[in-house]
Design a protein around this ligand. Structure first.
Ligand SMILES: Nc1ncnc2c1ncn2[C@@H]1O[C@H](COP(=O)(O)OP(=O)(O)OP(=O)(O)O)[C@@H](O)[C@H]1O
Length: 295
């Protein structure tokens, strides 16, 4: 199973170029699609999920032409959209049974076993009779994964699933996602670097509708290793530093500003060499497109 995206472009009616000649190969396993707000991630996810058409380009899921054979894709697809609407008064068990029915699982006994299995898997079995409107953010997302898994999909798309989850719910969600992976293509769209670091064997960084990097997280880190330096400065000095150095990110730490810069040579001037991490890879790429202080 492999998803091959070629030269995909989409300009909305208001003139925003959300996808600008995207070419990506997404292999089996967990794939992280990382980018800031407005990068084009949801547009790309919705296009792969057959919910909207691009202006040009192609998407192949093995030998299925995704843009032409939408029904075939839908039969294999599990999708957790960014804005996942729930019917508040319906309970999880009834809702999953309904979704299973819509996905063509006609046998009642088979559906019952499937729904029970999914509810156990996402740890919602004891809450199965409660209205979905009473669920916490983490429970909603776990229910979202359960509904995406109905019908054993071979392509699973989850769009920004961990935004707004507290650390323990995020961990639970990570564990759940990491159990899928193996024989499926799982695309995880996120602006949270930690999500990709924790889960993904392959990744891409997109920004302003363009692919800035694709490969394995470790390859990304290797590409900036030995080039990242940090220094703590006063906030008022930021302007001077930005003029002299390639500042990729800033963080406030105990009232001072911790700068990270990218440099081929040791910049001296009190900068300390630090091991590169995936966040450096992300900011190194993104800062070439967008002002790093405003991202
Ligand atoms: N239906 C639409 N009509 C016009 N512009 C749109 C539409 N949908 C998205 N856009 C614009 O296209 C660009 C890409 O949006 P998209 O939602 O794909 O990005 P994203 O990476 O998912 O961002 P976010 O993380 O904020 O959801 C943005 O500038 C957005 O404002």
């Amino acid at each position: 199973m492999e998803l091959i995206i070629k030269n995909l472009s989409k300009t909305y009616a208001n003139g925003v170029k959300a996808l600008n000649d995207i070419t990506l190969t997404i292999p089996q396993g967990m794939f992280g699609l990382l980018g800031p707000n407005g990068a084009g991630k949801s547009t790309l996810m919705r296009t792969i999920a057959t919910l909207q058409d691009p202006d040009s380009g192609s998407i192949m899921l093995d030998d299925i032409d995704v843009l032409a054979e939408k029904q075939k894709v839908r039969e294999r697809l599990g999708y957790l959209p960014q804005d996942f609407g729930l019917y508040p008064r319906i309970n999880a068990e009834v809702m999953l049974d309904h979704i299973a029915q819509m996905k063509g699982i006609g046998n009642k006994g088979e559906r019952k076993a499937l729904v029970e299995n999914l509810l156990q898997k996402v740890n919602l079995y004891s809450h199965r009779k409660k209205g979905l409107g009473t669920y916490s953010g983490g429970m909603r997302q776990r229910f979202g994964i359960a509904q995406a898994l109905v019908g054993s999909p071979s392509l699973i798309i989850v769009d920004e699933p961990t935004a707004g989850l507290d650390p323990s719910e995020r961990n639970r969600f990570y564990n759940l996602l990491s159990e899928i992976g193996e024989n499926t293509v799982v695309i995880l769209s996120t602006h949270i670097v930690e999500d990709v670091n924790t889960l993904c064997s392959n990744m891409a960084i997109i920004c302003q509708g363009e692919v800035l990097m694709q490969g394995k997280p470790a390859e990304g880190i290797a590409s900036v290793q030995g080039k990242i330096y940090k220094k703590s400065v006063e906030k008022a000095e930021l302007g001077d530093y930005r003029e002299k150095y390639s500042v990729i990110s800033t963080k406030l730490l105990e009232g001072k500003l911790s700068l990270r810069i990218e440099s081929e040579e040791d910049p001296g001037n009190g900068f300390i060499a630090v091991p590169a991490d995936l966040e450096d890879v992300y900011f190194s790429h993104i800062s070439k497109k967008v002002d790093p202080i405003t991202i």
